[in-house]
Design a protein around this ligand. Structure first.
Ligand SMILES: CC(C)(COP(=O)(O)OP(=O)(O)OC[C@H]1O[C@@H](n2cnc3c(N)ncnc32)[C@H](O)[C@@H]1OP(=O)(O)O)[C@@H](O)C(=O)NCCC(=O)NCCS
Length: 98
């Protein structure tokens, strides 16, 4: 499933969701290069997560992020994801866990 974000009336990025094992939705985000550097991704992701919670009854989300991708780590942490698991060069982050 793919949700498209809009900014100033233009499509600015996408948030992908894929339902994995145990009902956990794997999530990834791509902001159009023209819209990067303005901290737009966290509110776009937050809106997409709300949509999924309300319309798809989604409770658990996860993502893998490259250790060097600081902007992405900040975006997911600002949306409530927490670091749960390392793998070489990457970390797994989840939300919805207690
Ligand atoms: C990751 C992405 C969504 C972030 O977009 P964005 O909202 O425009 O992010 P910004 O550039 O505004 O940066 C957000 C924060 O990260 C910091 N940051 C950005 N690049 C950085 C870098 N190279 N090193 C350290 N910090 C960095 C910014 O300073 C900012 O910090 P602050 O909010 O504390 O001031 C966007 O860069 C993107 O689409 N990248 C390609 C796809 C991708 O990597 N997706 C994520 C994996 S699923």
């Amino acid at each position: 499933m793919c949700l498209i974000g809009e900014c100033e009336g233009e499509p600015c990025g996408v948030v992908w969701f894929r339902k994995g094992r145990s009902g956990v939705w794997e999530t990834s985000v791509n902001l159009s290069p023209a819209f990067r550097g303005r901290k737009l991704s966290a509110p776009m992701l937050a809106a997409a997560l709300s949509w999924m919670r309300e319309r798809r009854d989604a409770k658990y989300f996860s993502t893998e992020i490259q250790d060097t991708n600081i902007a992405s780590i900040k975006m997911f942490e600002r949306c409530g994801f927490v670091y749960v698991h390392p793998s070489p060069g990457f970390g797994t982050y989840c939300t919805g866990l207690k």
